[in-house]
Design a protein around this ligand. Structure first.
Ligand SMILES: Cc1ncc(C[n+]2csc(CCOP(=O)(O)OP(=O)(O)O)c2C)c(N)n1
Length: 301
């Protein structure tokens, strides 16, 4: 893994932008851009990142950005790539940077089309598990029993297992990441540059507004997500699957931290502990975690 002192100091995420305090999207963006060294055109659909990048006439990002309609990122990326090719530029990375709403739900069809066309690009879904920018409504990535502004009593369904849908499109490189581990993010973007073809990165990132936790706790929550087994770090180069070092020991349920540690830090799950711990619902939450592990290992190993 890259040493902290080897990460370039140059910043492409500029100061004074419109991100909320404690926004983990900025951690992901900063390390992605440092790895891509500015040689990128970023396609951004409607999401929190579009607010950071825009607020005309200024921009919060020091790279070229193309804002696109919510559902059109994949198609736009294919178009940008074709334009670069026509100009004889085969080095600039075309990168979609979309939220979970813009990927799991609206935007999935365009993503699928771009992968089927084998567009040489990198699609990043930064997953804060809600439609944050418009007031934290539930998305297809919202976890079971999480409270949002449209699921007042907790979402009755678990999240869509998007990674497997993407895997069915046979990306040349696919990874998961988590903003609690920024050096790992840097390494994965550096690696992504080496592959030609459709690539997909899925980044887990806590949102203090939507998840209702103190702004300084983002890294702690991100780590707990991994240590409780809730979030799994892995990557695939073609068919070759590797379980990430951060997740390896948590494949064994006995090694995982109690899920309560992760849930209790977040206001969106507080109803699971009031007036007393809801053992049944928390067990269902844990069962889904194990189910996800089982499907992952069965599918890819
Ligand atoms: C077709 C369309 N529907 C709705 C909106 C309103 N809208 C803008 S951003 C957004 C939320 C995006 O959520 P997500 O993709 O999860 O990204 P986040 O805001 O969490 O960063 C919505 C619903 C829109 N711009 N276009």
């Amino acid at each position: 893994m890259v040493a902290t002192k080897e990460i370039p100091l140059k910043e492409y995420v500029l100061k004074g932008n419109a991100a909320c305090a404690g926004c983990q999207d900025m951690v992901a963006l900063r390390h992605a851009h440092k790895a891509l060294e500015g040689d990128v055109i970023q396609v951004v659909p409607a999401c929190c990142t579009s607010v950071v990048q825009s607020l005309w006439p200024k921009s919060g990002l020091g790279i070229p950005v193309l804002n696109t309609a919510f559902m059109a990122s994949g198609a736009t990326a294919s178009g940008v790539k074709a334009a670069l090719k026509a100009k004889g530029n085969d080095h600039t990375q075309v990168m979609v940077w979309a939220g979970d709403g813009g990927t799991f739900d609206i935007g999935l069809q365009a993503l699928s089309g771009a992968f089927e066309r084998r567009t040489d690009f990198l699609y990043i879904c930064y997953n804060n598990q809600v439609y944050s920018n418009t007031g934290t409504q539930r998305s297809g990535a919202t976890p079971l029993y999480a409270q949002t502004t449209t699921t007042w009593f907790g979402k009755p369904e678990p999240e869509k297992m998007l990674d497997f849908i993407v895997a069915a499109h046979e990306p040349v490189y696919q990874f998961t990441a988590n903003t609690a581990y920024p050096r790992d993010i840097y390494d994965k973007f550096k690696k992504a540059r080496e592959f030609k073809g459709p690539k997909f990165g899925h980044i887990f990132l806590p949102c203090p507004q939507a998840w209702n936790y103190p702004v300084e706790k983002g890294v702690e929550i991100g780590k707990l997500a991994v240590e409780t087994g809730y979030w799994i770090q892995w990557e695939r180069v073609g068919d070759e699957f590797t379980l990430g070092n951060h997740s390896k020991r948590f494949q064994d349920p006995a090694k995982r931290k109690p899920i309560d540690e992760f849930l209790k830090m977040q206001g969106r799950f507080s109803h699971l502990f009031k007036p007393k711990r809801d053992d049944k619902k928390i067990k269902e939450f844990e069962d889904f975690i194990q189910h996800r592990w089982d499907v992952l290992m069965k599918t890819f190993t």
